[in-house]
Design a protein around this ligand. Structure first.
Ligand SMILES: Nc1ncnc2c1ncn2[C@@H]1O[C@H](COP(=O)(O)OP(=O)(O)OP(=O)(O)O)[C@@H](O)[C@H]1O
Ligand SMILES: [Mg+2]
Length: 421
């Protein structure tokens, strides 16, 4: 169980044991990497606030910078996590002023700033003294971003905190912060989190039962992700940047409605020369229908101007969006066998290229799996109905190109020529 930190003033700050030495030390780099639900985000969020308190009381003034590689809006930042953490401890709650879009100490000495390292760091650089920088979800932070960020955090005694779920051996983050050992960057997994909630334990057991071992270890035990034949899209997709060309076919926009635990997910994709490009995504759990039009517009530029094919199971939501700023929304058709057909269609592309800003889409492409027999390791012809919300939105978006056999037409035409020659 977590324990109080040394100093009396830190009463009520309870964190996992494994992180206590990290936060009791003085070190430029601190961090944690590991599997899901290990308490990384929550603990580091809380400790930024404790550190902000300590700094402000010591007379320092400046910002706590919370960065991630891409950040289109505050929705994608650590803002909410930090608000929750502060509210959970009464003396922190008294010390900070929390607005809808800002957090700062009441004495105005220390304020939080949120930024996308790739595109927005310049606007913060130089403006303010960065006392502490915390990068959560750091796995996909590029070498270029690290090179820019690290020299920017240059106040005396400033610290850089990093938390991430490992994925690729040799990623820029892995090389800098895991392969090069740092005493206070530690591995954290679910069994290190004394607050590991029941819902996640259920998820974990479910994954242990259904997923192949390599994927299970990646999600829950901090292992690197290895390709596996159980992954439905294994070998079919890449995550890389691209510039859309005006001659591409599309956009193909699709929307899957969420519930309280599933996200509402939308994607925007394009086709060119047999390759499917996914350029933008919107993905949020617990999104209210009233907030959906703005959320979609914020995350997928121009979504309101084009047809948007949505899950036909929610006609009332479609009708609402149609009347509220998304006029070209339509229901998909979804016939029998549509899941298998949709997957076959997506797999029919030469390649699926996912823009790195579409982190949730990339995650689903990695996780969407066939069931694996736990004992024999055999891959069963059964699709696990999970990690498929953005993929569903893609299937809806491509329903009509599918009917017209878009990515098989070329092959048929060739075959036709042969027959009739
Ligand atoms: N100090 C805490 N107090 C109460 N609950 C906590 C605390 N720390 C963690 N938890 C619980 O554990 C859950 C997982 O924690 P957190 O989201 O920080 O894990 P994570 O390692 O960042 O996971 P992921 O890899 O999914 O991002 C939280 O949703 C919360 O329920
Ligand atoms: Mg986290």
């Amino acid at each position: 169980m977590g324990e109080l930190l040394n100093d009396e003033i830190y009463a009520d700050v309870v964190i996992p044991d494994k992180l206590i030495p990290v936060f009791e030390s003085k070190s430029r780099y601190k961090g944690a990497y590991g599997g899901r639900g290990s308490g990384k985000t929550r603990t580091f969020a809380l400790m930024t606030a404790v550190e902000g308190y300590r700094l402000a009381e010591a007379g320092a003034s400046g910002i706590i910078l919370c960065g991630r590689e891409f950040m289109n809006s505050l929705n994608e930042s650590s803002l909410e996590e930090i608000k929750q953490a502060i509210k959970s401890v009464s003396w922190l709650n008294d010390y900070y002023e929390i607005g809808e879009k800002y957090i700062r100490t009441k004495n105005r000495r220390v304020a939080y700033a949120f930024t996308g390292l790739r595109h927005n760091l310049d606007s913060i650089k130089g403006k303010s003294r960065i006392l502490l920088a915390w990068v959560d979800e750091a796995e996909n932070v590029s070498e270029a971003a690290w090179r820019k960020l690290l020299p920017t955090v240059r106040e005396d005694d400033s610290e850089v905190w990093i938390t991430w779920n490992p994925e690729n051996k040799g990623s820029a983050t892995d090389k800098r912060f895991r392969q090069v050992e740092h005493e206070f960057i530690v591995e954290m997994n679910h069994n290190d989190n004394p607050f590991f909630p029941d819902v996640l334990e259920q998820e974990r057991l479910n994954d242990q039962e259904n997923l192949d071992d390599a994927t299970y270890r990646w999600i829950w035990e901090g292992a690197y992700l290895e390709a596996s034949d159980a992954q439905i899209f294994n070998g079919k997709f890449v995550v890389r940047e691209f510039e859309r060309h005006p001659t591409w076919n599309g956009p193909y926009n699709g929307l899957d409605f969420g519930f309280s635990t599933d996200p509402t997910g939308a994607t925007n994709s394009w086709e060119s020369d047999g390759i499917l490009y996914i350029e933008y995504e919107a993905c949020k759990v617990g999104l209210e229908i009233d907030d959906t039009p703005d959320y979609l517009k914020d995350n997928i530029p121009g979504i309101e101007k084009y047809e948007l094919i949505a899950d036909n199971a929610r006609p009332e939501s479609i009708s609402y969006l149609k009347r509220n700023g998304i006029p070209k929304i339509k229901a998909c058709v979804k016939g029998k066998g549509s899941v298998e057909d949709g997957i076959a269609h997506l797999k029919g592309y030469k390649q699926i290229v996912i823009h790195p800003r579409c982190v949730n889409t990339a995650k689903e492409f990695r996780l969407y799996s066939y069931k694996t027999d736990r004992l024999s390791g055999e891959i069963l012809p059964e699709i696990i109905d999970k990690h498929n919300h953005l993929i569903d939105s893609l299937r809806y978006a491509h329903e009509r190109t599918m009917k017209r056999g878009a990515n098989t037409k070329r092959h048929r035409a060739t075959a036709g020529k042969r027959t009739y020659r």
